[in-house]
Design a protein around this ligand. Structure first.
Ligand code: FA5
Length: 354
């Protein structure tokens, strides 16, 4: 008992029991065996009583050290086992939803795709980029000047009635509004070109527009237009008509043609309405095109000199044309959608067809 090796062997034996324990229950049993009342260390303590005082003091100190070591080993193993058991329990508690959905493992979740209007905007941009146009964008919140004034529509001009406007702070000195068309982006581009020497301009400008229009089969209060602007030397109406026709056949296919009909816009002179063959009846006449065989897509014309004056472009040197048409209307025509409101109803059965 007084041999130091006995105490080391006692600790080693306890250690091997402690390390062998694999569960909370085994830890409980093992603790009783290696440090309980009937454990070898407890017996060694009891045997101290028969020793002389000096020997008892020395051996008592070493036995106390051995007990501390054993208790530390037990606590460390207990912590390890608690962690292992918790980890196992948490893994078991995770709900595997695929168990409840037959075929879920073999059928991955369906992937979404771009909305038809976004796809149409991208396709339109591609056609115009192929024709040599650049793509630009402008703000959706505009001042009165960009949406109307610079476009030759002064305050109280009767033409303002063409665009029923959502004003944001009507009556303030610099009133702001939600743009009613993409034409104000023309003004941004031309002002920028004048300041930074950016003429000539060949650009298209897609974007969202807002009007207090009552929704119906052909109108939404929030819709999309794509604007076109060319400012160069020697530009004529023939360039405009040719551009519209090339675009029409490139986007809608060789059977669909365009025609221009006289119209009025304050920012173009002369102005025209741009129509394409009705894709539903291929020009024969149907309910959608009111038996005319044609569908209106947008407006166009030669840039009015008053607009060039507003932005400071020299009308002796430069001429230009502009057009603006509905992206939603293009999607409607290309995919023969009877009612435009379907585009914003978010019915997944409709949307996933495109
Ligand atoms: C304009 O907005 C002019 N800025 C177009 C323009 C540009 C003319 C450059 C000349 C030069 P208009 O209000 O007609 O014009 O609208 C053009 C097209 O936008 C319409 O033909 C239609 O395709 C689409 N559009 C207009 N309002 C709506 C609406 N509420 N919902 C869906 N599409 C609309």
């Amino acid at each position: 008992m007084s041999d130091a090796l006995d105490i080391d062997a006692l600790v080693d034996e306890a250690r091997s029991y402690i390390e062998a324990a694999q569960s909370t229950e085994e830890i409980r049993q093992m603790t009783a065996n290696v440090s309980g009342k009937k454990s070898p260390i407890a017996e060694a303590h009891r045997a101290l009583g028969g020793l002389d005082p000096e020997e008892r003091k020395e051996l008592g100190r070493r036995l106390h050290g051995a007990r501390t070591t054993i208790e530390e080993l037990i606590e460390r193993r207990r912590a390890e086992i608690t962690f292992e058991e918790l980890t196992r329990e948490m893994a078991g508690a995770r709900i595997d939803l695929t168990e409840f959905i037959p075929g879920a493992i073999v059928a991955p979740p369906a992937r979404g795709h771009l909305h038809l209007v976004s796809q149409t905007r991208d396709a339109l941009e591609d056609v115009f980029v192929g024709m040599g146009f650049e793509v630009a964008e402008g703000p959706e919140i505009e001042t009165d000047w960009f949406n109307f004034g610079a476009l030759n529509i002064p305050p109280a001009h009767p033409a303002r009635g063409m665009w029923d406007t959502f004003y944001l702070n009507l009556g303030s000195p610099e009133s702001t509004l939600l743009r009613t068309h993409t034409s104000p982006v023309q003004i941004h581009l031309m002002e920028d070109a004048v300041v930074n020497g950016g003429l000539p301009i060949h650009a298209v400008m897609p974007g969202r527009c807002y009007r207090r229009d009552t929704p119906d089969a052909r109108h939404l209060p929030v819709f999309h237009q794509i604007e076109g602007l060319v400012v160069d030397r020697g530009i004529t109406f023939a360039d405009l008509a040719g551009t519209i026709e090339v675009f029409t056949t490139a986007y809608f296919g060789p059977d669909i043609h365009s025609r221009l009909r006289p119209a009025y816009f304050p920012f173009t002179e002369p102005s025209a309405e741009f129509e394409v063959t009705c894709t539903i009846c291929h020009g024969e006449g149907c309910r959608t095109c009111s038996m005319t065989g044609w569908i209106e897509l947008g407006g166009c014309g030669m840039v009015d000199p008053a607009v060039f004056d507003a932005v400071g472009i020299d009308t002796d040197e430069w001429t230009g044309f502009a057009f603006g048409f509905g992206i939603d209307r293009c999607a409607q025509m290309r995919h023969q959608i009877a009612d435009m409101r379907a585009l914003i109803e978010n019915d997944i059965r409709f949307l996933r067809q495109f």
